[in-house]
Design a protein around this ligand. Sequence first.
Ligand code: SF4
Ligand code: SF4
Length: 151
Amino acid sequence: MIGLVKGMAVTLKGLVSPKVTYKYPDVPLDMPDRFRGIQYFDPEKCIVCNACVRICPTDCITLSGKPNPDPGKKGKVIATYEINFELCMLCDLCTEVCPTEAVVMTNNFELTAYSRDELYKDMDWLSKNDTKIRSENNVAAVMKGGRKDAE
Ligand code: SF4
Ligand code: SF4
């Protein structure tokens, strides 16, 4: 009998305590700003230096450049940029070494797919993955709301 009362007390306590679960995926999860999610790539910022490719521990980035079409400018511009998310472990090293912040982490973690081929993301896909750029890499967000860690 005492056990039954104790059990009911635990149940009643659970009924009135605040919820700790989320209605995901109906309600999107608000990830912490330091979360390392799927990269955003900005082709305009890339200087084709290859630093991200060289540092990647899983060799999952492939890129190619082409001569700058602007005759007044030297150097290359990016032609193709791909990340294989079968191999990427979202370690953040590529974004740390990028001198121009052309590649940055986002808070997007949703990579489920029915086919392995879908985990191979090209420049077009990566450049559209721009809705959850973490604020410390997102100049527009920083200007608007200020850095969270600077408060
Ligand atoms: S996050 Fe790490 S594993 Fe993924 S592409 Fe960048 S360096 Fe490579
Ligand atoms: S490190 Fe940055 S600038 Fe250099 S190739 Fe990679 S994305 Fe482009």
